[in-house]
Structure formats: C-alpha cells, structure tokens
Design a protein around this ligand. Structure first.
Ligand code: GLU
Length: 516
C-alpha cells in the first residue's frame, strides 16, 4: 500500500506573505486534495531574532481568505503537533547529538571574533567572504580540531557552542526533483551549516528535516531559493538513517519582475505600483503599510486562479479555473522550470473575468463593504443586487464598484458640466423640462406609465424627435444629469433603478447648472 500523501507549507513568520508564498501554499493544497492527502501548516519560528509580532496571525488570515484550509496547524492541532517549531525545541537536540556521535556533525566553540578573524585570514580576492567549511575546519576551535579531552572539558565547563554538520569534502549528492529532474551538488562547495544554535534552538536546516520526518511528510514543495540547501538536507536525511523516508521534493520556479529581470520583490511592487503581498501588511516596527491584493479589490477566487497560472498550465488554452477544477487538473510535471514573469495587467484581467462570472449573491457582501467603507448608504438589498448585475461587467477590481455604482445610491455631488455646456441650447432645456413634466404626469404619454427601461427609452426618444432634436444629442446630457459623468451602464436602466422621484429630482437640479 502506498503511503498517504502528506504535504506541508512551512513559513517563517517574518512579515507579509508574498505572491510566491501563497502559490507554494496553493500547489501544496492542490496536490494534497488531488491525492486525498493531508495539508499541514507548520510555523518555522526557530530564528527568534527574526520574530515579527502579528506575522503568524497574518498567515492564518491569508490562507483563510484564499480558502486554502490546512488539515493540521498550530490552531487546529493534529496527530503530529505541536506545529510551531519553537514549541518543539526540546525535540531537536537529540538528533544533533546523534549526528555528532556518528561523526557527521561536531561541536564548534568559536566566538564571534574568532569567526571574524577566520574570514579576515582566509579571504582572497576571489573569495572575499570565506565560509566555515572543510578548508578552514581544522583551523577553528571545534571538536574536529581539538582533542577529545579538550572538547569534553569545554563542554563540561559550559562554554557556549553550536553543532555544525560536517560536510564531506568531495562527494556528489543527487536527488530527483519533481520539476527539475535529476539535480546534483558537489559537497565541497557547501559550508558546514550550523544545525543547533548555542541557545539550543535548531536552525532551519535541522528542524525542517526532523519535522518533515516526524510529521511523515511525503512531498515537500518549496521555492527555488531553497535549492542550494537541498544537499545539506539530503545528507541529514541520510545521516539520521531516514533516507528511505525522504520526501519527494519539488522546487517551484521563482516569480519574476515583469521584465523577467530577477525575482519579484516588495520593492518592485512599490516602484511599479502594484501589490506583491496577498493582504495589507503593516510592519510593526516601522509602521510601514504594504498594500495587498485583497484590499485593492481582488476576489480570492481570481487571486488563487492567477497564482496557479504563474508557472503552470494544463496543456490547453484554458486560463480560468475554479479551485475544484484546479484540484482535478493540477499536475507537478506541468510546472515550468523557468521563472514566471508577473504581469499586473494580466492579474487584473483574471479579476475582471471572475467578477463578470461571479453570481450577484457571491459579490454582494464584498460590494456592500466597498460602498459602505466609502460612506455610501446601501439600505435596499434588492436595489443593490440589481446594481451589481448592471455594473459588474465594468468592474476590474471590487473597489471599482464604488465609482461604477455610487450614483445609484446617492445623487452625484458634482456634475461634469463642462462636457454638456458647450452644446447646451434652450431647445434642449425645453425638451428636458417637458420630459420631467411627462414623467410627473404621464397622462397621454403611454410610455411613461410603466416605469421600465425599454418604455422610458422609447418615450424619451419620441419626445426628443417630436421636439425636433436628435435623440443622440441628448443622451449624454441625460447621462451626466443622472450619473455626474460620462460613464455607467444604460441610462434608462439607471432611471429604472433609481426610480421616478429621484430621476425627476436629478434632472430638475441639473437643468439649472447647464444654463450658459
Ligand atoms: N521556513 C522556510 C521558509 O520560510 C521553509 C522552506 C521549506 O519549505 O523547506 O520559506
């Protein structure tokens, strides 16, 4: 029987969640759901110096917003908890010690100034910042260079020390990446990474291997930036005697700047005017706010969809996928090796498509929030539903619903008088006056007896023609009177929706503004 699929997303809570991070969550989630497996969220918070208050909560909210719910996590718990590495601290030392015993790791007692002096002594023009590796190992104060007695005395005296992996000088380690195929590394180029710090906390390298093992992770998907760490992890799996349980790895392609020139960073977003974080993030130290996709008006369905397409397609031209469709179609072997360029215009296209396709009921709570946040009173749910139906085609972002629909709920504060005035004539004014009169007392104007867009249109056009005015010349003024500007859905639909009294009020108010 094959093992149950178990995957994990293992973020370090150090700040806002980047697009790439959420895409890692998504691919994990899709793979787990597709294979009837478990999706684990593990918080990798062993580097206390990088601890940022609020960052963990942010991750939870973010996953929630995207609808990518873990099966096991620090809140929910699960059979392999705790799921926060800082709470697992006592677990790791034994494995580091085991590695020391088997000769694959060693105690290192070097003080910061000794490390600095090593870098000074060994630096060359070609190697300005030498690493702690097999070249310098024997020159340093550690249990490889010291005698057993010396090392034991230092340990007994409680001299602060770390445990480092002893990277072999000349070996090739190889693994098969699910995306990249066979990948090899020469161990001589990799430094002796610290596994356990002086305060007893494991580093990422030890913790990730121990936890992936203990949590029975079968597949580990992470960003390409972790590929250089793979040889360390591979050797740890082997040295700890767990080689046959090692997860299958996939290193996901980077998300690149729009011009393809390097990894997309938060700074690129600031510079080019688009978000790179899933949701707003306020750095608790600097109070600096970084905008998120959620707040600028993306639907989570669209966000998830566009992330899926950053580095993957199903082999057809289809671009719009629901989460359910992604679960059934996703496959790791169609994930591209090369980085995926991020194109904000394309991202907005996804959102527009999703807004167009979404049911009115789905959009209603979000649109209501957008309007209410802007102080637009929405007290009639039926009107709101009708308005959403009328304008959703015109909205790229949820926030566009404000501009596109505020005039349904309150009279425009200002009218774009300048676009009407130059061609405004007394005849037009007379037409609008008789239009208002006919609306008020429709006797004799069959079209205005029923308050419905098609009849209103017929009636208005007939009235204009009767007065010798081409209907085409008064449509724009009518629109400006009702909307405030030259935009919006069909003008007679607007009239139908805002009702007779409001229509009359707006036209009467506007006529006086246009007088030359
Ligand atoms: N804690 C690592 C990070 O913050 C996780 C890398 C991995 O998934 O192995 O990205």
């Amino acid at each position: 029987m094959s093992k149950k699929v178990r995957v994990r997303f293992a973020p370090s809570p150090t700040g806002g969640l980047h697009l790439g991070g959420v895409r890692t969550v998504l691919y994990n989630y899709l793979f787990a759901r597709q294979n009837g497996g478990d999706f684990v969220l593990r918080i990798e918070d062993t580097d206390q110096s990088r601890f940022v208050p609020g960052a963990e909560e942010y991750i939870f909210t973010c996953l929630d917003w995207c609808g990518l719910h873990p099966d096991e996590d620090p809140h929910k718990g699960g059979p392999y908890g705790p799921y926060r590495q800082s709470e697992r601290k006592s677990l790791y030392r034994q494995y580091a010690e085991q590695l020391v015993k088997s000769g694959h790791a060693y105690y290192a007692f070097d003080r910061p100034e000794e490390l600095d002096s090593m870098r000074e002594r060994f630096k060359t023009p070609n190697n300005p910042s030498p690493q702690y590796d097999h070249n310098v190992r024997m020159e340093m104060r550690n249990s490889c260079s010291l005698t057993l007695e010396e090392a034991e005395t230092l340990l007994e005296d409680g001299v602060p020390h770390v445990i480092r992996i002893r990277m072999p000088e000349n070996e090739t380690v190889t693994f098969t990446d699910m995306i990249r195929g066979e990948v090899s590394f020469h161990t001589g180029l990799v430094d002796d990474k610290v596994l356990l710090k002086a305060d007893g906390m494991p580093t990422y390298h030890l913790a990730v291997v121990v936890d992936d093992y203990l949590m029975k992770i079968t597949h580990a998907f992470r960003g390409e930036e972790w590929l250089p760490s793979a040889p360390v992890h591979l050797l740890l799996w082997k040295y700890l005697g767990w080689g046959s349980s090692m997860p299958q790895w996939a290193h996901l392609p980077l998300i690149l700047k729009p011009d393809g020139n390097g990894k997309l960073s938060k700074r690129d977003g600031d510079r080019l005017g688009f978000p790179v974080f899933a949701m707003n993030w306020t750095d608790p130290r600097s109070q600096e706010l970084t905008k998120g996709f959620r707040e600028i008006g993306f639907l989570p369905e669209a966000f998830v969809n566009l992330l899926a397409m950053l580095g993957w397609n199903d082999g057809t031209d289809q671009e719009i996928f629901t989460l359910e469709e992604l679960i059934s179609r996703f496959s790791m072997d169609r994930v591209h090796k090369g980085g995926a360029k991020f194109d904000f215009e394309k991202a907005k296209w996804f959102n527009h498509e999703w807004i167009k396709r979404s049911e009115i009921a789905r959009l209603k709570p979000d649109v209501k929030k957008v309007l209410e946040n802007k102080g637009v009173p929405v007290n009639n749910e039926a009107v709101l539903e009708k308005v959403i139906g009328l304008v959703k085609e015109r909205c790229t972002l949820l926030t566009d619903f404000y501009e596109q629909s505020k005039f349904f709920f309150e009279a425009p504060a200002e009218l774009d008088v300048d676009s009407v005035k130059p061609k405004w004539t007394n005849e037009k004014k007379v037409l609008f006056e008789s239009f208002v009169a006919a609306l008020k007392s429709p006797n004799g104007h069959a079209s205005f007896e029923k308050w419905a867009a098609p009849e209103l249109e017929t009636g208005f056009k007939k009235l204009a023609t009767d007065e010798g005015i081409k209907p085409g010349e008064v449509m724009m003024p009518l629109r400006v009177m009702l909307v405030g500007g030259k935009y919006g859905p069909g003008v007679f639909e607007i009239m139908e929706t805002i009702g007779k009294e409001e229509t009359v009020r707006r036209i009467e108010f506007a006529i006086h503004q246009f007088i030359k």
